[in-house]
Design a protein around this ligand. Structure first.
Ligand code: GAP
Length: 486
């Protein structure tokens, strides 16, 4: 299936089966804003919980916080977002359509690749990165013109100069519509961590190196919002800032690069689908940075960023707040024989988009399988082979019929399991139809309760991916599922 069609199929499936809906759909929707339905909100929560556990439970030197979305406006002045959080944009004079310059050039490079002009695409992208790194907007415009990159709507090459547009949404606090009361919807969760650095360090008695993790909403007025939930205006981030002794940041950057890739691979996703992309153009705060990219149907794209942010943020907050952001390190420096003393820590950040990870899981698990029936005819099975620990429902309990005591047995199993993991209970429709519905929402196990169950306390358990069925004791069901979702 073509890449674009595959995304269209995923979008349609996500809507039909209650994963993702367009926001305010009855009013024709709101661009680049989405709502998560019954199974989508479960999957999203499971991804968030898996990340949270891997950070705050599996590392005894990482703690979590939950900071407010609204922050003092000076936060964003100090962080550089008021002055620097902008994207270079270019408008087509004939269609009045605005493009992010990098997206326009990348889309053209993708077209070159489709035409098997790999080298031309590579050199175009590397030229773009060089020009971006030098903030050379005239050069970028020339690159667009020289390559005859056209607007998809007007089909012309009639471009304005390149200008910067800030991506932050602003709003007013309270009733006064005064300039001074303008506050921003946070464009990243990271700053909530930085401004609480000393509160957390002191209250939780943390010693460097240590990390602070947070998940939560972030908002960006993306000009070009594309590819479903890949680029949204309201989205969720899962970020961790790891505070280290200056001079050790290179080593920690490498460690976190490896750790984060391991986290992705621990979900059983093929390593071929991932790659690192080292940044040439660094964000205003970064010393070193890379993306973990996943190969979506529409190409390798960023899912997570790992950034060596130096002491930039804490230093800036110290300067703007006039409050010291130093840590006293009592450990002995072998070189001097004295304690390291006071310093502003350096920071390694890991930042992953929850919605993007959700799209990754959907893309990686969506399959349309052609099955051959006994009579030789074929049938299509749509299945989401979501890793069991992330699946919205872990177990479907399906009494064959709503009579002869089968309901009671099913409900008893449900009671036994539901406090340990999420179950789905259903009595209606033919069993084959019910299996297919569970396949479509990614339920890894279905148990069927039939008349034999009454006789020998066994059930048929069906495995989603292999579709194999086996007969096991009903008393073994809970443990079998628990072992699979560990
Ligand atoms: N604190 C650093 C930071 O925010 P970023 O690379 O701008 O870095 C981190 O964002 C991650 O957040 C990205 O890798 C991506 O997964 C996610 N993200 C960023 N913008 C997004 C958007 N408009 N829609 C969905 N996810 C987004």
């Amino acid at each position: 299936m073509a890449a674009e069609n595959n995304l269209q199929a995923i979008i349609a499936h996500a809507k039909e089966y209650g994963f993702v809906f367009q926001s305010s759909e009855i009013y024709d929707g709101l661009a680049a804003v989405y709502d998560y339905g019954p199974w989508g909100s479960e999957l999203k929560k499971n991804i968030r919980d898996f990340w949270w556990k891997s950070m705050t439970q599996m590392n005894d030197n990482i703690v979590g916080i939950d900071a407010a979305i609204f922050m003092h406006p000076t936060t964003w002045k100090a962080s550089g977002h008021v002055d620097n959080f902008s994207d270079p944009m270019i408008d087509n004079k004939d269609s009045n359509k605005r493009y992010r310059v990098d997206h326009l050039i990348e889309a053209f490079a993708d077209k070159l690749k489709e035409e098997n002009k790999e080298d031309a695409a590579k050199s175009l992208l590397s030229e773009m990165e060089k020009l971006e790194a030098n903030v050379d907007y005239d050069g970028l415009k020339k690159l667009i013109i020289d390559n005859n990159i056209k607007c998809a709507i007007s089909g012309t090459c009639n471009w304005t100069d390149i200008r910067q547009f800030n991506l932050m949404f602003d709003t007013k606090l309270g009733s006064v519509t005064d300039e001074a009361d303008t506050i921003y919807l946070r464009p990243e969760t990271a700053q909530g961590i930085f401004v609480n650095f000393l509160n957390v360090q002191k209250s939780a008695r943390m010693k460097i190196p240590f990390g602070i993790a947070q998940t939560g909403k972030a908002f960006r007025n993306e000009i070009v919002a594309r590819q479903f939930i890949f680029r949204m205006r309201e989205f969720e981030q899962m970020e961790m800032q790891f505070f280290v002794r200056p001079g050790t940041e290179g080593e920690w950057y490498k460690i976190w690069k490896e750790e984060r890739l391991k986290w992705h691979l621990s979900l059983g996703i093929s390593a071929d689908k991932y790659r690192f992309h080292d940044h040439v153009k660094l964000a205003h705060y970064a010393k070193e940075a890379c993306d973990i990219e996943y190969e979506f149907g529409f190409g390798f794209k960023e899912v997570e960023g790992i950034h060596s942010r130096s002491d930039f943020d804490l230093k800036q907050h110290q300067e703007y707040s006039k409050k010291k952001q130093q840590y006293f390190d009592a450990d002995i420096d072998a070189a001097t024989g004295k304690p390291y003393g006071n310093y502003i820590p350096y920071v390694i950040e890991t930042s992953i988009g929850l919605d993007r990870m959700f799209l990754l899981i959907l893309s990686n698990s969506y399959q349309e399988q052609t099955l051959t029936k006994e009579d030789g005819s074929t049938d299509i099975r749509t299945v989401l082979n979501i890793p069991a620990k992330l699946a919205p429902n872990k177990l479907a309990i399906l009494p064959l019929m709503k009579k002869d005591g089968l309901t009671e047995i099913g409900k008893k199993l449900l009671e036994e399991c539901k406090s340990s993991f999420k179950c789905f209970y259903e009595e209606k429709d033919a069993i084959g139809k019910r299996y297919r519905r569970q396949d479509a929402i990614g339920t890894p196990f279905c148990v069927t309760i039939d008349f034999q169950t009454q006789e020998d306390n066994t059930v048929t358990i069906r495995h989603r991916d292999s579709m194999t069925q086996e007969r096991i004791a009903i008393s073994e069901v809970k443990n079998l599922v628990l072992n699979a979702i560990l």
